[in-house]
Design a protein around this ligand. Structure first.
Ligand SMILES: [Zn+2]
Length: 73
């Protein structure tokens, strides 16, 4: 399965919950699915582009959610 590279910019709707880092100054945000990408929090007048950042933190959150409906011993 080929990886789809999505490079969202300010105003785009997020399609994948996760951590994103902007190209403007590397500011990282966590943004949920369905939310729109903001301007850079440090440079509010500038539109910017957000790169998806894979983190272990996000994976842990997903695992916890899954274990709620299917508890492991
Ligand atoms: Zn910035």
């Amino acid at each position: 399965m080929p990886e789809v590279t999505i490079v969202p910019k300010t105003g785009d709707i997020n399609k994948q919950f996760g951590v994103y880092s902007n190209v403007c100054c590397g500011y990282e945000i966590i943004i949920r699915e369905g939310a729109s990408f903001p301007n850079c929090p440090n440079h509010r007048k500038s539109e910017t582009t957000w790169n998806f950042v894979e983190t272990e933190k996000i994976q842990q959150v997903v695992i916890r959610k899954q274990s709620q409906s299917n508890p492991a011993a």
